[in-house]
Design a protein around this ligand. Structure first.
Ligand SMILES: [Zn+2]
Length: 308
């Protein structure tokens, strides 16, 4: 294990191994552009996902870090070589679904078709079993919990789609903050929530994406440190290849969308380098194997105001 400056070896070896995860999609797949960029235009836009993902692979390689890549299968169908390369470098290949449709906007049947096609495409391309799924924009919420049954029936063993915070597009603020087993009518599934720091009555998002890119780096370092040191639990960090690409074409979006998508793109690669030095990371499946998932939940308690 890496030893940080000023740290004794025993402190270093007590450091928690966090999960590094990447949602592999192009800049135009992002939900911010839903409705602005019709899906039939995707094919005609400049694709930057391969180069950006290669750059991430390079940064991870330099830091000796391996992670989990939740690959959008729309990308995998067009760039099978990229999936093979991710797998051959020792990273975990997992599923981000096929068409980047929000789960709660789909029927159960359409969702089943999407995740089935995604799993098959990725397993054919990468040559390894796909165990995990992460929904576009964390869109498993109180109104789409049925999706967990579909994932179990389609052979997934973990899901990483529930964000236990309040947000305009996603979130189940009352859901557990650390990995747990959920028992559903269809069977059992490990649920891996996006990471939060608990402060008073609040869950604060500290594990990546826009929160990593838009807020100062100290926010993420504080949050992951707090989860590791106070709770002795791993954090689950996530980002997207387009987040390290300041030269991506500018697409039209509302003011909030523009802020969320384009803010600090030029800073994120260097920031990621710091993060990779400051904490230990491994693929999610390895973190789950090291971490006994003790808590079993039969129902995600959802108070009535959240059942919209
Ligand atoms: Zn996504």
């Amino acid at each position: 294990m890496k030893k940080a400056r000023g740290e004794t070896q025993s402190e270093a070896s007590n450091r928690i191994v966090n999960a590094m995860t990447v949602d592999v999609e192009d800049y135009f797949h992002v939900s911010v552009f839903d409705g602005l960029i019709p899906r039939n235009r995707w094919e005609h836009l400049e694709s930057r996902v391969v180069a950006n993902t290669e750059r991430l692979l390079q940064l991870f390689d330099e830091a000796g870090v391996r992670g989990t890549f939740f690959v959008l299968s729309w990308v995998a169908e067009r760039h099978g070589d990229l999936v093979r390369r991710i797998a051959s470098l020792g990273h975990e290949v997992a599923s981000h679904g096929y068409a980047h449709r929000l789960v709660y906007d789909q029927t159960p049947r359409a969702f089943r078709d999407d995740v089935r096609r995604a799993k098959r495409t990725l397993e054919d391309a990468g040559g390894t079993a796909v165990l995990g799924y992460r929904a576009p924009s964390y869109s498993i919420t109180p109104r789409s919990l049925w999706a967990l049954d579909v994932l179990i029936e389609e052979g997934y063993s973990y899901d990483a789609s529930i964000f236990p915070i309040r947000h305009d597009r996603y979130g189940i603020p009352v859901s557990a903050r650390h990995p747990f087993v959920i028992e559903r009518p269809a069977g059992r599934l490990v649920e891996v929530p996006a990471s939060t720091a608990r402060v008073g009555m609040l869950n604060l998002p500290i594990g990546g994406g826009g929160y990593f890119r838009i807020l100062p780096y100290g926010w993420t370092r504080w949050g992951i440190g707090r989860v590791n040191e106070r709770e002795h639990r791993p954090a689950v960090f996530y980002l997207h290849p387009w987040e390290i690409d300041p030269d991506q074409p500018r697409l039209p979006a509302g003011r909030l969308g523009v802020f969320r998508h384009y803010r600090n793109l030029q800073r994120t690669a260097a920031r990621l380098g710091r993060l990779l030095r400051d904490f230990e990371f491994a693929p999610l499946e390895r973190v789950l194997a090291m971490e006994p998932v003790a808590q079993t939940v039969r129902e995600i308690g959802v108070p009535l105001p959240y059942l919209w």
